[in-house]
Write a protein that binds this ligand. Structure first.
Ligand code: NAD
Ligand code: ZN
Length: 349
């Protein structure tokens, strides 16, 4: 059973630096292992902003128009022809990664480190991997995660970035009873705070340059907030676990200074590629563990359960919602991290 699908539908397409368009894209026939999903909400992510503003996200450079969007949820409107995956009417979240089989070595239980991995809405490979900021998207059924009845689609729009946050917090090990510091309280930092709160951190201190993110940080569970330029106060936190989620080398310097001797610093904020000036000497003499964190694996299932049972509280992270016709305005608002948390596109509006 399926609904009658149109031949095309509106999508958010990055054509190059500064050239973002809401335009009709053809709806191609799904492959046998793909379901057609009617997208309900999409969260605008830093990488989407980078493709729009710079025509590139890190090393991934636009060489052809790219449908953006990897933080998406929707409802299956046509089941995959091979019978796999959820049936028509099922609300789903999406795991955007496709690890590539290959001969390059990486830990078997960490497919997020697969070198040939593709991600929805990414120009890392050529041809690019289109995302799903579109009214309808053909998605491989192995990406789809059925949403429990108690989890509404709007909240579920945060499943992907919350999984990034869950993975980052998990890289620090058990945080129960620990003193924690989060540098950068944008959507990722705020979701990290929500995860730390749920995991029983004894103290959560949030840092940002702006008031609005700090307000959100408090609302999701930070016990104290500090301004990013208050070096003395940050150093005095002396945290067991620090999560760097600003993506700036200044933030990483704060993270190192705010960590206690023998502490852990998880780096989830993405620094620009190339050499970075980093205040590293303290990391040596304090024997800090500097830990990278990249995307996520099966944490997505734990996040869905935790959002559904209400134990992971993330509501304050979403600050704005726009219909697709106001898509360009939505990107403008998302760009301004002093004023917005997560900005959602509503594809049904
Ligand atoms: N590792 C991964 O898998 C992964 C996945 C998604 C996003 N990210 C990265 O995580 C970072 C955060 O993402 P986001 O969506 O929250 O971005 P964002 O830009 O909305 O938030 C970053 C926040 O850090 C604050 N900030 C900047 N410099 C600071 C400083 N020196 N001290 C304290 N705060 C500072 C900003 O004011 C802003 O509120 C980005 O670098 C993003 O690329 C990483
Ligand atoms: Zn994202």
């Amino acid at each position: 059973m399926s609904i009658h699908l149109p031949a095309s539908g509106p999508a958010v397409v990055a054509h190059g630096r500064g050239d973002l368009r809401i335009e009709d894209v053809p709806l191609t026939a799904p492959a046998t292992h793909e379901a057609v999903v009617e997208i309900a909400f999409g969260g605008i992510c830093g990488s989407d902003l980078h493709y729009w503003l710079h025509g590139a996200a890190g090393e991934s450079i636009l060489k052809e128009p790219l449908v953006l969007g990897h933080e998406i949820v929707g409802v299956v409107v046509q089941q995959a022809v091979d019978g796999s995956g959820p049936g028509v009417g099922t609300p789903v979240a999406v795991h955007p990664a496709s690890p590539a089989p290959g001969d390059v070595k990486y830990p078997e239980d960490r497919p997020n480190l697969s070198p040939g991995c593709t991600y929805l809405g990414s120009a890392a490979r050529y041809p690019h991997t289109n995302g799903a900021f579109s009214r309808y998207a053909n998605l491989p059924t192995r990406m789809l995660r059925r949403l429990p009845e108690t989890l509404d689609l709007r909240t579920a729009a945060l499943v992907e970035p919350a999984s990034v946050a869950w993975h980052a917090a998990g890289r620090a090990g058990d945080v129960k009873g620990k003193s924690t510091l989060v540098i950068g309280s944008g959507p990722i930092g705020a979701l990290v705070i929500a995860v730390l709160k749920r995991a029983g951190a004894a103290r959560i201190v949030a840092v940002d340059m702006h008031d609005k993110p700090l307000e959100i940080a408090r609302a999701v569970g930070a016990d104290e907030v500090l301004k990013g330029d208050d070096a003395e106060a940050i150093a005095a936190v002396d945290a067991d676990v620090v999560i760097e989620s600003s993506g700036s080398h200044f933030g990483l310097a704060s993270a190192i200074k705010g960590a206690t001797r023998g502490g852990k610093v998880v780096m989830v904020g993405l620094l620009p590629s190339g050499p970075q000036p980093v205040f590293i000497s303290l990391a040596i003499t304090r024997e800090l563990e500097l830990i990278g964190s990249f995307r996520f694996n099966d944490e997505i299932d734990l996040v869905i359960d935790a959002l559904a049972d209400g134990s992971l509280f993330v509501d304050p992270v979403v600050t704005h919602e726009f219909g697709l016709t106001q898509g360009l305005e939505a990107f403008e608002v998302a760009k301004n991290s002093a004023e917005s948390g997560k900005v959602l596109l509503n594809f049904q509006q």
